[in-house]
Design a protein. Structure first.
Length: 331
């Protein structure tokens, strides 16, 4: 296990060897609070868009399920008559100039994996820029009347109207300490100031506020070479398989595969890890099953027997009604 993976596992499991780092965690927490006060008091300026801005973020390291929620928001709000655009930092990508408008055919090495995946899943305008405010401004100029920021809770230079924080229901807040003593980017009290806390999966953790439950529902298999879609059952490939996941919490994906009756060997990789043909060739001989986020990185060279498990976020109707009312009050 790599040191970073060992540290993250220890941070969520409450390993004792992290305790000496708690004073540094307290210092980090105070620095983040001080930075937030500078924006709130006007000492540091934030750009405010002339349209509503929804930020979907988290206060923990590791995958929580933000991108499926962003896709759900984009699709639902577009169906309600909005013209939403999605902002992303574009982690893992490097473009010659920013902001970068991401289309379903943008090279993944320019856009990053999550923005390209969202562009393909939603068909909405997606803009990438390390300076999210600049990306949001470009989307407004392009005609968007609502901005959804994929991540960016701590990117306070972009003012926001609604903050949604996603928490992994199984891992929760880990040991409850800030970096580097734990997995938190901010104090747990930050959850008291956001508009809604979305808990991905059954809530097995204690939170300082009540959360809204979200489930990620597998909705079908997709053959990567031609995009043909298949029902979840019967399996369109022969097990055992090689399961690949370069996401923040690979074990969640592997647990989903097992629940669907898929057997095989599981290959967790680092979040956003680039994929190449040589790496995938190591797992030839069995069907290769991956996430949608991984698929955008290897569609051009993946083995013919490669499959994607597509998932979609499921949220209660009450949350959708609350969001509709919240947005109506802003306009």
């Amino acid at each position: 296990m790599k040191l970073a993976d060992r540290w993250l596992a220890g941070a969520y499991q409450g390993s004792r060897w992290l305790r000496p780092l708690q004073p540094l965690g307290k210092l980090y927490e105070r620095l983040m609070q001080r930075r937030a006060r500078q924006f709130h008091t006007g000492r540091r300026r934030a750009w405010r868009a002339p349209v509503p801005v929804i930020v979907v973020g988290n206060i923990t390291l590791g995958g929580t399920g933000k991108s499926p929620l962003v896709a759900w928001l984009g699709n639902r709000l577009a169906a309600q008559g909005w013209s939403p655009g999605i902002v992303s930092r574009g982690y893992g990508g490097s473009a010659e100039r920013y902001p970068l408008r991401v289309t379903p055919t943008t090279p993944v090495n320019e856009s990053g994996d999550e923005p390209l995946m969202l562009a393909q899943q939603t068909g909405l305008p997606v803009m990438v820029d390390p300076q999210r405010a600049r990306a949001a401004e470009a989307l407004v100029r392009a005609g968007c009347d609502l901005i959804i920021s994929d991540d960016g809770l701590q990117h306070l230079a972009l003012a926001r109207d609604i903050e949604l924080v996603v928490i992994d229901g199984a891992r929760g807040l880990g040991n409850g300490h800030c970096l580097p003593a734990g997995p938190l980017r901010e104090s747990p009290d930050r959850l008291k100031g956001v508009d809604a806390v979305i808990v991905n999966g059954d809530n097995a953790c204690e939170l300082p506020v009540e959360g809204v439950t979200m489930h990620l529902r597998p909705c079908g298999w997709r053959r990567l070479c031609d995009g043909q879609r298949f029902l979840l059952a019967p399996l369109p490939f022969k097990a055992p398989v090689n399961g690949l996941a370069a996401i923040g919490n690979p074990q969640r994906f592997f647990a989903t595969l097992i629940a669907l009756g898929v057997t095989g060997e599981w290959h967790p990789l680092a979040d956003h890890q680039p994929l190449n043909e040589a790496l995938l060739n190591r797992w030839r001989g069995r069907p290769l099953v991956m996430t949608a986020k991984d698929a955008v990185k290897c569609q051009a060279f993946a083995p013919p027997d490669s499959w994607v498990l597509d998932v979609e976020a499921m949220l209660p109707p009450d949350f959708e009604h609350w969001l509709t009312d919240k947005l109506s009050a802003l306009t």
